[in-house]
Every structure is written in C-alpha cells, then in structure tokens.
Design a protein around this ligand. Structure first.
Ligand SMILES: CC(C)(COP(=O)(O)OP(=O)(O)OC[C@H]1O[C@@H](n2cnc3c(N)ncnc32)[C@H](O)[C@@H]1OP(=O)(O)O)[C@@H](O)C(=O)NCCC(=O)NCCS
Length: 151
C-alpha cells in the first residue's frame, strides 16, 4: 500500500525547475533545464512526473522511443519520498505507454552498483541483457543493460 498518494502527470513547463533540482541531487552529470525543456515538445518522448495530492513533485521518469524501441533516459525520486512506490508507479505507467504505442521492448542502463534500482527493474519484468564497459563517469563504472520485452 502506498504511504503517499501518487498522481502521474505528463511532464510540462511547470515541472522543469523541480526536475532540474532532482537531476542535480541524483546524478553527477545532470540534465540541464534546456535539455529537459526540449523533451516537452519532442513527439518521440514520454516524460512522466509523479506528484502528491498537493501537487508537490516527487519524482520523474523519461522515455524516448524510436520506431518500436523504447529507452528509459532517467528515473529519479527525491530522497525524502523514496520507498513509497513512486518509481515503481512511474515505471508501470511507462510500460503501459509502451504497450499502447505497440513498442517491442523498453530498455535502460543502470549502474552495476545500483542494487536498489536493479531490484525494482527486475520486479517489473526487466531482464539483464548485457553490460556496457565504463558507461558512467564520476565515478567511472560499467552499466548493466536491462530490457523488458512487450511482445
Ligand atoms: C532508484 C529510485 C528511483 C527508486 O525510487 P523509489 O520511489 O524509492 O522506488 P520504489 O519505492 O518504487 O521501490 C520499489 C521497491 O524497492 C524496495 N526498496 C525500497 N527501499 C529499498 C532499499 N533501501 N533497499 C532495497 N530495496 C528497497 C521497495 O521495497 C520496493 O520493492 P517492492 O515493490 O517489492 O515492495 C530512487 O532510489 C532514486 O531516485 N535513486 C537515485 C537515482 C537513481 O539511482 N536512479 C536510477 C538510475 S538507473
């Protein structure tokens, strides 16, 4: 059962400042506001934002798709709202979008050490497909490639 009420919205201008702060908190190579803003009008993107009942931003997920392939660009949740099912809900909605768009698969990279994220992806049906050497910097680390086939 969720401890907080989670609503999922399409990413829009009003979320940019919060999502840019979240990127800075979570990643050593954060997306800029400009880069985030460019996704709002990208027909090949589906970025989703989770908010609570007071419209406070909790987290977000980005999906880019080309033909029938989907790629998760990033997923992040503010530290104080973690372990409430926010990331799982964002991913479930992304998977639903993938089915609706008739995507063949959704794939993502994750730091090899990010056991928490890896377990969430496994729970949602993503399987380990391979490894990309030194994919990440600051600190340098290999990525696991995880993919969920939708058909
Ligand atoms: C990874 C991240 C997005 C997860 O967000 P979240 O909203 O806390 O995830 P959820 O609440 O949906 O957690 C889902 C599962 O993880 C489990 N979990 C929660 N806290 C955990 C912990 N500290 N250790 C292990 N598992 C944990 C939950 O029990 C839940 O499992 P269940 O569905 O079987 O009950 C979040 O920790 C984050 O933003 N991390 C920094 C950015 C990042 O690493 N992003 C991933 C890039 S690939």
């Amino acid at each position: 059962m969720n401890k907080i009420k989670i609503k999922i919205e399409l990413f829009s201008e009003k979320h940019i400042d919060d999502i840019a702060s979240l990127e800075k908190i979570c990643f050593s190579n954060p997306w800029s506001k400009n880069l985030l803003a460019s996704e709002i009008y990208n027909n090949n993107s589906n970025f989703l934002v989770a908010v609570d009942e007071f419209n406070k931003v909790l987290g977000y997920v980005g999906l880019k798709f080309i033909l029938d392939e989907g790629y998760v660009t990033n997923i992040a949740v503010f530290p104080q709202y973690r372990n409430n099912g926010v990331a799982s809900e964002l991913l479930k909605r992304t998977i639903e979008f993938g089915y609706a768009k008739n995507l063949k698969f959704i794939s993502l990279e994750v730091r090899k050490s990010n056991v928490y994220a890896i377990s969430i992806y496994k729970n949602l049906g993503f399987a380990l497909m391979g490894e990309r050497k030194n994919f990440y910097i600051d600190p340098q680390e290999n990525a696991f490639i995880m993919t969920k086939y939708l058909k």
